[in-house]
Design a protein around this ligand. Structure first.
Ligand code: HEM
Ligand SMILES: [Cu+2]
Length: 565
């Protein structure tokens, strides 16, 4: 049997420490972060900066909710309010969602496919720093763009910055330019990282790791990388067009001069809708690794999962104008985009059934990562249902730009994406730091955050139905909106301690957590075969695999997967 050993246990030998890295002073630590090209460190830096921006953007959301607690409240000025929702939305999408998913990709893809680093480590570092400075640039607008007569400061045109609001006449000063440049810069980083992901997965897989044996996590990121490469250029293009409009007398979006303001919306949403899938597919990717391990069963329907992912990505490129039903398209246009949007629910539904199929008859272990995944399944179902409702054109005419939409997309972005990110952090924390996250603290985080989340966002479906528009800084009493807004704000007050428990857990467990060992969850993919944390080179000897679950094969030589795959 020895010759059939799939993963050679010897590759755990840690790499020798390198000269200059043994120091522990702050300047060493910082040097280490600045000069590193190690995919694991960069991955953690992505996730760490994502969490940092999450806290900042979360504080802005909290202040928005405080303002909306009472009708006619004067807690925030209207212009400050506009900047807050713009900065919150922009940051959550580009400075939280994107870096977090790239962080997971960076940390995990090379280890999962049994290689030593990404294909282009320096490009990887470049991508990170471009993203990081694009974030600083965006926030610098608060200081750097006072604008003429104080008309500027931070961007205030909403996260999708519709024309003609962004024209020079309506957006004076430089706040919109900070927004544009930051998005443009961040896009370069995302493109670099996506190219890196593709080259790494196509060229650096270890021996035996055929495409059909890659963990689904890796598969989904291949699809995400393609989506980024297809969807980002329209976004960058319209930023350049906007800058030309603002500074060089171009008229792309100037309707009075023969341009077209709706053109901006097309460009933006040709990027914007796939972006939703760029963010949510990585959430699925994380669930694909966690649900089987804690159900003690291989994933149900691996090839179907890959096919459904490709279908989702493909269809997601043809649904963008469901964000534009209210601009007055032809009925052919409306019908096309309504149907394509409904069709995307099919492969998405397939995935949900596959996850249920994976759990069905399995031995469920309710560890922290699994609990967050279960909540994700439930919450994503709600998000999907309200999404299909909004694809019905006359329904959307009623509810577009109302709080119903705010509720819908937060169920996607928090209920699905953020929950899987939490699940992923708890799942791979022991790998990255060698210690277990504390379960009690994690449960406090889970319950407070979950109760707070539903209390914040469920009532917004109702205030939306009652006609409350989004992006209003205050409202009149007596429209039936007060109670729903108050519940919503109280929900945020409950989420905050949840997040504090989470952050505290990350720090506490780093010092005091139980020793994790290499494979605390009894898992199957290659990252659990190396030490926790993995040595700089991941594997002393690169492994060779013969099935989708190489560690299962190693642990069960009498019943290996490769006999049946
Ligand atoms: C964690 C708690 C969060 C709270 C309490 C929260 C709250 C809010 C509030 C109050 C608004 C303004 C609604 C309006 O007036 O239109 C908003 C908008 C938005 N949020 Fe969140 N949010 C949270 C998390 C997130 C996350 C995780 C994401 C994405 C990953 C996100 C993405 C957005 C976007 C894209 C907008 C639209 C901004 C705009 O109108 O331009 N939010 N959120
Ligand atoms: Cu969409």
């Amino acid at each position: 049997m020895a010759s059939e050993t799939i993963v050679d246990p010897d590759f755990k030998v840690p790499a020798p420490e390198r000269v200059g890295e043994e120091g522990k002073t702050w300047s060493h630590v910082i040097q280490n972060l600045v000069f590193t090209v190690d995919h694991k460190k960069l991955g953690l830096m992505y996730i760490g900066s994502g969490l940092l921006f999450f806290v900042v953007a979360g504080i802005m959301a909290t202040l928005i909710r405080v303002q909306l607690f009472f009708p006619r409240s004067t807690f925030l000025d209207p212009d400050v309010f506009n900047r807050f929702f713009t900065m919150h939305g922009t940051a959550m999408v580009f400075l939280v969602g994107m870096p977090m998913i790239f962080g997971f990709a960076n940390y995990l893809i090379p280890i999962m496919i049994g290689t030593r680093d990404m294909a282009y480590p320096r490009l990887n570092a470049f991508g990170f720093w471009v993203f990081f400075f694009s974030g600083l640039l965006l926030y610098f607008s608060y200081f750097g763009a006072p604008g003429l007569y104080n008309a500027g400061s931070a961007p205030d045109v909403g996260w999708f910055a519709y024309s003609p609001l962004t024209a020079k006449a309506f957006s004076r000063g430089h706040s919109t330019d900070y927004w544009t440049l930051s998005i443009l810069l961040g896009g370069i980083g995302s493109l670099a990282t996506s190219i890196n992901i593709l080259v790494t997965t196509f060229c650096l897989r270890c021996k035996g790791m055929t495409l059909g044996r890659m963990p689904l996590f890796v598969w989904l990121f291949v699809v995400v990388a393609f989506l980024v490469i297809i969807a980002l250029p329209p976004l960058s293009a319209c930023q350049i067009m906007l800058t030309l409009d603002r500074y060089l007398g171009a008229k792309f979006f100037d309707t009075q001069a023969g341009g077209d303001a709706v053109l901006w919306q097309h460009f933006f949403w040709i990027f914007g809708h796939p972006e939703v899938y760029i963010l949510i597919l990585p959430g699925f990717a994380i669930a694909n690794e966690i649900i089987p391990v804690f159900s003690r069963k291989p994933i149900f329907g691996y090839p179907i999962m890959v096919a459904a992912t490709v279908m989702i990505a493909f269809i997601s490129l043809g649904v963008w104008a469901h964000h534009m039903f209210t601009v007055g398209m032809t009925s052919l246009g409306n019908t096309f985009f309504a149907i394509s949007t409904m069709v995307i629910a099919v492969p998405t539904g397939i995935k949900i059934f596959n996850w249920l199929g994976t759990m069905w008859g399995g031995k469920l272990h309710f560890e922290l990562p699994m609990i967050f995944c279960l909540a994700f399944l439930f919450q994503f179902l709600i998000a999907g249902l309200t999404g299909v409702m909004l694809s019905v054109v006359p329904f959307d005419w009623q509810l577009s730009d109302s709080y119903f939409v705010v509720a819908h997309f937060h169920y996607v972005l928090i209920g699905a994406l953020l929950y899987t990110l939490f699940a992923g952090i708890y799942y791979w924390y022991p790998k990255a730091f060698g210690r277990m996250p504390n379960r009690k603290l994690g449960l406090w985080h889970f319950w407070l955050f979950t109760i707070g989340f539903h209390l914040t966002f469920f009532p917004q479906h109702i205030s939306g139905f009652l006609g409350m528009p989004r992006r209003i800084f205050t409202y009149e009493a007596g429209r039936g909106w007060e109670i729903w807004n108050q519940l919503s704000t109280i929900g945020v007050i409950i989420q905050i301690p949840g997040i504090l428990f989470f952050v505290f857990n990350l720090i506490y467990s780093y010092f005091k957590g139980e020793e994790a060992g290499d494979d605390p969850w009894d898992a199957w993919t290659l990252e659990w075969a190396t030490t926790s944390p993995p040595p700089e080179y991941n594997f002393e000897k690169t492994p060779e695999v013969r099935s989708r679950r190489p560690l299962w094969d190693l642990k069960h030589p009498d019943d290996p997967d490769w006999k049946f795959e």
